[in-house]
Design a protein around this ligand. Structure first.
Ligand SMILES: [Zn+2]
Length: 248
């Protein structure tokens, strides 16, 4: 049996090439400047908090600082320099995360109870950052402007539900793919992402998904292919523990 080993230098070079060779982020004109996009994101996060009755406590701020530290680690490996802002939604039923305009990433407490490593949490955050980096949010905003005949300056007056649109299966697969590339570049293990998706699969057993929905089987298969084609097997045992702050 042939056995191929990658030197660290060769592996880093190949990872750099992989990041550079990603499809370039789509440039979708929204008519908003960078500052206006940041403002829109801040307004949407405010609305999200009001609608969902979220307050801020010292403990929530400590967890947000931890989430932000993971965001910052990942951001330094993204092709475009961007500011990301990590937030916590303390609803235990929110077992996911979402991306908003202006680099806002909201993580639900529900998913913090499911991830078993910082690597898995990094993948959750990285997937959302990839949606932003890939231009998916810009595309949503441009579509709202065009279909609802709304001037860019009036987007901030819309509800969060109007602004936040479901992504297509292709956008979700791209966010998984690019998110995994960013997490590996930041030094995390890609295997944690597979474990998390397998946990979702276990939790969904016996349930039927809606026709046309992206299946967990397909998401897992894509990640396994990416790991195999990039020779990331040696990263299997590098999974590090979750480092949530202790209550004060
Ligand atoms: Zn997504």
């Amino acid at each position: 049996m042939f056995h191929r080993t990658f030197t660290r230098a060769a592996w880093l070079a190949s990872l750099g090439a992989l990041i550079a060779s990603r499809a370039l982020a789509k440039s979708v004109p929204t008519g908003l400047t960078g500052d206006q996009m940041q403002h829109l994101g801040a307004v949407m996060w405010q609305k999200w908090q009001t609608e969902r009755g979220i307050g801020q406590t010292p403990q929530i701020l400590r967890v947000e600082r931890y989430l932000q530290s993971i965001c910052d680690k990942l951001a330094s490996h993204l092709p475009h320099a961007m500011q990301f802002h990590a937030h916590l939604d303390c609803d235990p039923a929110f077992k996911s995360a979402v991306a908003m305009p202006g680099g806002q990433v909201v993580v639900g407490v529900g998913i913090l109870a499911l991830v078993d490593s910082e690597d898995a949490l990094a993948m959750v955050i990285s997937h959302e950052m990839a949606h932003i980096e890939d231009g998916d949010i810009d595309e949503d905003l441009a579509q709202i402007e065009a279909t609802q005949h709304i001037a860019p300056s009036r987007l901030a007056g819309l509800s969060v539900d109007t602004i936040m649109k479901d992504h297509t299966n292709e956008q979700e697969l791209a966010a998984d793919r690019n998110g995994l590339i960013f997490t590996v570049a930041a030094g995390y293990s890609p295997f944690a992402a597979i474990r998390l998706l397998e946990l979702f699969q276990y939790m969904a057993r016996g349930k039927t998904s809606r026709p046309g929905a992206l299946t967990l089987d397909r998401r897992i298969a894509q990640l396994r292919d990416l790991i195999a084609s990039n020779h990331w097997d040696h990263l299997k045992d590098l999974i590090r523990p979750l480092n949530l702050p202790e209550p004060a």
